[in-house]
Design a protein around this ligand. Structure first.
Ligand code: NDP
Length: 248
């Protein structure tokens, strides 16, 4: 339905889970997709192979979103090779779940370095090439818990709420340059991140979800694809909630 021919996209944490589904959806619509990973080279290669098998175009690129210079170098390399970067999906994220009283400083730093600073460094590097073309799409993957909070996820929730502030501010800063900035806030989605939840917790989540099930990565990717499209050109600074009705 949405057409992204000639667009170049970067999906951080595109090797697995939601990021992989986003990479596949964008490539399926015709974009060339750079699939970022931090350590999972084989998983990223699998994502690229799946995209190519479906007739799309992609390449894997390893870098740590938490390290500003690595991000800047990666974006420069993409622009040098392709002449543009039109779409950034800041999806890379980690979750270290812990009651506040047990949280260690290192866990706070690591979570914020990846989830928040990572998105900041990526947006900072991507904005210039987008402004040059007077067209760009930045999509942050936040979370339902960034809006509702969740016991045991104080640090993670704070990092995901921060992405909403970042989204709204960048939307205001770069609207006049043709760059839209939005967030997608998923509910509970079946991936490695949630795979560790026991059956009781999982059932409790389903019980709180009007649609009566957990979500799939492709259901987040559909929202990302829409926000990346030209059809979403009048949407900026928004949080699109894809959560089965868990938070209305
Ligand atoms: P996964 O744990 O399945 O995948 C995480 C991805 O992020 C991997 O590709 C991983 O690459 C990459 N990554 C992690 N740290 C870095 C880093 N420093 N630099 C580059 N890449 C990195 O996560 P999900 O697919 O479940 O989640 C994706 C996003 O969606 C996250 O931001 C998460 O917070 C958010 N989200 C997820 C929900 C869910 O229910 N699953 C709900 C709401 C939000 P590698 O393997 O190489 O480390």
């Amino acid at each position: 339905m949405f057409e992204l021919n000639d667009r170049v996209a970067l999906v951080t944490g595109g090797s697995r889970g939601i990021g992989r589904a986003c990479a596949e959806a964008l490539a399926g619509a015709g974009a060339f997709v750079v699939v970022n990973y931090r350590s999972g080279e084989a998983a990223a290669a699998e994502t690229v192979a799946a995209i190519e098998a479906a007739g799309g175009h992609a390449q894997a690129m390893g870098f740590d979103v938490a390290v500003m210079d690595q991000v800047a170098d990666a974006v420069s390399a993409i622009v040098k090779q392709h002449g543009r970067l039109d779409i950034l999906v800041s999806n890379a994220g980690i979750s270290i779940d812990q009651l506040l009283l047990r949280v260690k400083p290192e866990e706070v730093s690591r979570t914020f370095a990846t989830n928040v600073e990572g998105a900041i460094w990526c947006a900072k590097a991507a904005i210039r090439p987008m402004m040059r073309k007077r067209w760009g799409r930045i999509i942050h993957i936040s979370s339902v818990v960034g809006e509702t909070g969740n016991p045991g996820q104080a640090v993670y929730s704070a990092s995901k709420a921060a992405l909403i502030g970042l989204t709204k501010t960048l939307a205001r800063e770069y609207a006049s340059r043709g760059v839209t900035v939005n967030a997608v806030a998923p509910g509970y989605i079946e991936t490695d991140m949630t795979g560790a939840l026991n059956e009781e917790v999982r059932q409790a989540i389903v019980d709180q979800t009007p649609l009566g099930r957990v979500g799939r990565p492709d259901e987040i990717a559909s929202a990302v694809l829409y926000l990346a499209s030209s059809e979403a050109g009048y949407v900026t600074g928004q949080v699109l909630r894809v959560n089965g009705g868990m938070y209305i």
